[in-house]
Design a binder for this molecule. Structure first.
Ligand code: PLP
Length: 494
């Protein structure tokens, strides 16, 4: 299997090369040139999470030794996940919550970022790379910590994370700026996530920058979901949830389900789309946005328009106006028309919008939840079912509710639950009626535990006393310069 660039089909790489490179030089994203079909899905019913991961990822990682893939999987999905099942499926009322937040950083980014470092190390080996790999990452809050956690103290790799100073939650920020490890760098930028992501993409496509790094024996890679190595592990839990339903007898063989995905950069839901293409019986891919509802509008009209203010919400990991992975979907839906995608993405860059009304987006449904709706979702599910949702998952729940009312579709539905409620305690607590005025985040967490009987992860509570080790801040225009200074590759010898 080859990975081709969404903006230039002539660029074609092996899996390990695509993972190593992260993004194609002309700005395109790597997509698999064919999607393998899994036949006789029921046959996989007896497999545990790791075995299932192997079944799926092995089909996409042609140039990796299968035994090595198994070792990577073993190291990734070990006891740093607190649940044996890795991704438990919890029935709440009529819906099923697929909990993806039992990893080391309590958000779904751990599902992929616990394995990506091992895949990348292997990719370095396969390709005989003797340079130090520099991972550049923009984060809307959760990727940053999960990537730092995964790559800290890994020899031969440095990791640099850019987060929007004003755009992440208290806990998310603390998780990042207290990160230990000599190879880790964390920078708050004056700007939003889109600025951080654009800045990183610009560095990737800057030839001069690449030359400077090259001369100093560095090579860039990415831990964002623009890296195909992030998307492959994310397909697995969709299969796992389906097989769990099958095992429990909640669905019959071949029965279709819906999935609802709280969406920002379109990575998670794209993985669900790939799972569907591989043969997983998914009916509707329900894309849930918060008040930054560019995707809802696009899926309803075929017009993508980012010309609006980015709104900071209580689901910061979805505060995004430029959803990078949509580019991959457009590529597939247009039968791999690289020139069309290239032109469309250039247009988005220059004009801030594009129109693709001719695409058939029928397998998707786009909806959004306002802040007040998110609060009332959290409250009603807690009151009626005793289940506590984080704001991202609550955005998804709200859209699920609207979809059901609108469509009358009663298929079994999996709601992807992407973060621990204790990671976003203030919003959760105030939604269920706790008066959080004058309380700091850690008191809120304690109060939330008392009032709900839930248990906050120790690693979140202990952030209170952890030393801050990263104080870097920069303007969005200075991102390249700060990378150079971290790497000690000054302007003087350019
Ligand atoms: C990253 C993130 C999302 C959005 O996922 P995308 O793949 O970017 O669409 C949703 N919820 C949480 C908690 C996240 O960290």
């Amino acid at each position: 299997m080859k990975y081709i660039s969404s903006r230039d089909r002539r660029v074609s790489l092996l899996a390990s090369q695509a993972i190593l490179q992260g993004i194609s030089k002309e700005g395109g994203l790597f997509v698999p040139d064919e999607i393998p079909i899994i036949k006789n899905l029921e046959r996989l019913k007896g497999k545990n999470y790791k075995e299932l991961t192997f079944e799926i990822m092995n089909r996409f990682l042609d140039d990796f030794d299968p035994d090595v893939i198994k070792i990577c999987i073993d190291k990734a999905y070990d006891n740093k996940f607190t649940e044996e099942e890795i991704a438990p499926l919890i029935k709440v009322g009529e819906a099923y919550f697929l909990e993806l937040f039992h990893g080391p950083t309590f958000a779904f980014k751990d599902m992929a970022l616990s394995i990506l470092p091992y895949l990348l190390k292997e990719a370095i080996k396969i390709n005989n790379v003797h340079r130090e790999v520099v991972i550049l990452t923009a984060t809307s809050g959760d990727t940053g910590k999960a990537a730092l956690e995964g790559f800290a103290n890994i020899e031969g790799i440095k990791i640099i994370v850019f987060y929007p100073e004003e755009g992440v939650s208290d806990i998310q920020k603390r998780q990042m700026i207290t990160q230990e490890g000599d190879n880790t760098f964390v920078v708050g930028i004056k700007g939003n996530f889109d600025d951080a992501q654009n800045g990183v993409k610009e560095i990737f496509s800057d030839r001069n920058f690449a030359d400077v790094l090259d001369r100093h024996n560095f090579v860039l890679s990415s831990a964002n979901s623009i890296n195909i190595g992030r998307l492959l592990p994310q397909m697995v839990y969709y299969f796992h949830s389906y097989l769990t339903l099958l095992k429990r007898g909640d669905i019959c063989q071949g029965e279709k389900i819906n999935v609802v995905v709280p969406t920002g950069n379109f990575g998670n839901i794209l993985a669900a789309y790939y799972a569907k293409k591989m043969g997983l019986p998914i009916n509707r891919l329900i894309c849930a946005s918060n008040e930054n509802n560019v995707l809802r509008d696009f899926l309803n009209t075929g017009n993508y328009d980012k010309r609006r203010e980015l709104i900071l919400t209580s689901s910061p990991s979805m505060d995004i106006l430029i959803s990078s992975n949509l580019e991959r979907l457009l590529f597939h839906l247009s039968d791999g028309d690289d020139q069309l995608i290239n032109g469309t993405m250039k247009k988005l860059d220059i004009d801030g919008f594009y129109q693709m009304e001719s695409l058939d987006l029928g397998e998707f449904y786009g909806g959004s939840s306002l802040e007040a709706e998110t609060s009332s979702s959290i409250l009603s599910v807690f009151k009626n079912q005793g289940y506590l949702m984080d704001p991202h998952s609550a955005v998804a729940f709200g859209v699920y509710h609207k979809y059901k009312l609108e469509s009358g579709d009663n298929l079994k539905t999996v709601i992807v639950s992407t973060a621990s409620p204790f990671k976003f305690a203030s919003k959760v607590a105030s939604s269920i009626g706790i008066d959080i005025d004058l309380m700091d985040e850690f008191s809120v967490i304690e109060e939330l535990e008392n009032r709900t009987g839930g248990k906050a992860p120790e690693a979140i509570k202990s952030l209170k006393n952890k030393t801050i080790v990263h104080n870097n801040k920069c303007d969005k225009k200075d991102m390249a310069a700060i990378v150079k200074s971290f790497l000690n590759v000054g302007e003087s010898d350019d």
